[in-house]
Design a protein around this ligand. Structure first.
Ligand code: FES
Length: 236
């Protein structure tokens, strides 16, 4: 599905409506495209370019600046093992070698069943819990080979589906945003941005006529029981 489906197209249009210039919505729309397809296809980027008024080369040139975008299909779970200095000193290369053996792929490779892509990553900013890795941008710290096996078993069997969405989906929380560009202001209710209204908790009081969009980059803190949750909370 190289182009945005109807639901995602509407999300993209809602995002564009938030900004004075449509191109300002480029990055969040690219995240929607990647969430949908698992990577940024040429067709998909062309489509996004049409939506925001940019040439395809401008879309690709911008997207290629960012590590979190992929231009080839990746596995359902992108496992990035940090091998930078703190993790290296704590056994990161032993962990990476074990991951290669366990998954049967080298860094950059994807397992034949399309479940896992393995990456050798630079510092993931979780040095205090070295060696560490991320799975679709969710942190896992103090990972030893046995922990890696347990983690991949959990992922393969769907036991972490609530914590680790596929293909690096960023969105975990619905955010209601009202900006001046989004629509007329209600005089009786001050212009404001309502942030962090949880989907399960229902929408927060909405004081703007702007569209509600899913825009959050909230990262789960419960994906791992080996990382101190309070420590992670401080990172968000
Ligand atoms: S060196 Fe591995 S997270 Fe910083």
């Amino acid at each position: 599905m190289p182009r945005l489906n109807p639901d995602n197209l509407q999300r993209a249009l809602d995002l564009i409506a938030l900004y004075p210039q449509p191109r300002s919505a480029l990055i969040p729309i690219l995240h929607i495209l990647q969430e949908q397809d698992g990577y940024l296809s040429e067709d998909g980027m062309n489509h996004v370019g049409e939506l925001v008024g940019l040439e395809a080369v401008e879309v690709r040139g911008t997207a290629s600046f960012y590590d979190m975008f992929h231009f080839e299909p990746v596995g359902r779970y992108l496992i990035a093992v940090c091998t930078n200095i703190a993790c290296m000193l704590q056994g990161a290369y032993r962990l990476l070698e074990h991951a290669e053996e366990r998954l049967g792929v080298a860094p950059g490779g994807t397992t034949a069943d399309g479940m896992f892509t393995l990456e050798d990553a630079e510092c993931l900013a979780l040095c205090g819990n070295a060696p560490c890795l991320t799975v679709n941008w969710r942190f896992f710290g103090d990972v030893d080979p046995e922990g890696f096996d347990a983690l991949t078993d959990d992922l393969r069997n769907g036991r972490l589906d609530d914590e680790v969405p596929p293909h690096g989906t960023l969105i975990r929380v619905r955010r209601s945003v009202g900006l001046a560009a989004a629509g007329p202001t209600d005089e009786a209710t001050p212009q404001s941005a309502e942030v962090g209204a949880d989907v399960d908790a229902g929408p927060a009081p909405h004081r703007s006529t702007g569209p509600a969009v899913e825009l959050s980059t909230h990262r789960t803190t419960t994906a791992t029981n080996v990382v101190d949750a309070a420590h992670l909370e401080g990172r968000q």
